[in-house]
Write a protein that binds this ligand. Structure first.
Ligand code: NAI
Length: 251
């Protein structure tokens, strides 16, 4: 059973793009939100080819309250209020903690955590008003649960730990409305984020794969399958949960 409209933040690339296209292939009306307007427009175009009933691309900086509010207004006008929302946009900045620039720390938290709050707030307002339940999914990370030594990953880990705590609490608050709130926990997934800033992407991919029991990186479409299940009515009795899709990394 599919929500009439699925909205995805960070839809221009990687996991968000895969989720948008998978929802499109099931005939959903889709909204691609991304700070990269060109990337959002491109994926919305591909969504129509993939089978979306309708598709809209909206520039949206999830760290900005006014941008998120305006983006959801645009989505509602263009394709209808979303019944399923994937708060996925995220960034990663790695640096040794004792030298971490405060501005970078704030930026990571602003996009990854405040962005999830702002996205979910707009989504929940509409879902509560509509009174028909709904599904919200956020993207957490293994970094929320286990440390990663030597990676300078503390800001990212803190932001994702916040997302996981947020999901549990929001799930309880909105359960009485029939609105489910869950998280997906992708492991090392082969996207632009994984190799960003690395001089040799193939070496980075190979190094990451050695840590994974299944012996390889995840593909965006594999994470998308997990997210689609959470977004859909097929997971109707699941809320406040974390669906781990990590090739056994945290087993
Ligand atoms: P990606 O870099 O391929 O895609 C991220 C998208 O978010 C891009 O299209 C980017 O333009 C957009 N974005 C960045 N800042 C934004 C903002 N302020 N407002 C709106 N859009 C913005 O990365 P990927 O891998 O697809 O990441 C998606 C989510 O998955 C992120 O939350 C990330 O932290 C999480 N994740 C990724 C893992 C991986 O190994 N790739 C592992 C665990 C979690």
């Amino acid at each position: 059973m599919w929500a009439e409209t699925v909205a995805v933040t960070g839809a221009g690339s990687g996991i968000g793009r895969a989720v948008l296209l998978a929802a499109a292939a099931r005939g959903a009306r889709v909204a691609a939100l991304d700070v990269n307007e060109a990337a959002a427009a491109s994926v919305a175009e591909q969504a129509l080819t993939a089978g979306a009933a309708r598709a809209v691309a909206v520039r949206c900086d999830v760290a900005s309250e006014s941008s998120v509010a305006a983006a959801f207004d645009t989505v509602s006008a263009a394709v209808g209020d979303p019944g399923a929302v994937y708060a996925n946009a995220g960034i990663e900045v790695n640096a040794a903690l004792h030298e971490f620039p405060a501005g970078d720390w704030e930026r990571v938290v602003a996009v990854n955590l405040v962005g999830v709050f702002l996205t979910c707030r707009e989504a929940l307002r509409r879902l509560v008003d509509a009174g028909r339940g709904g599904s919200v999914v956020c993207t957490s990370s293994p970094a929320a649960f286990v440390g990663h030594s030597g990676g300078g990953n503390s800001a990212y880990a803190a932001s994702k730990g916040g997302v996981s705590a947020f999901v549990r609490s929001a799930a309880l608050d909105y359960a009485p409305y029939g609105i489910r709130v869950n998280a997906v926990v992708p492991g090392a997934t082969d996207t632009a984020m994984l190799t960003a800033g690395g001089a040799d992407p193939d070496r980075l991919r190979a190094a990451a794969a050695t840590q994974i029991p299944l012996g390889r990186l995840g593909r965006p479409d594999e994470v998308a399958a997990a997210v689609l299940w959470l977004l859909s009515g097929e997971s109707s009795y699941v809320t406040g949960s974390h669906l781990v899709c990590d090739g056994g990394l945290m087993a």
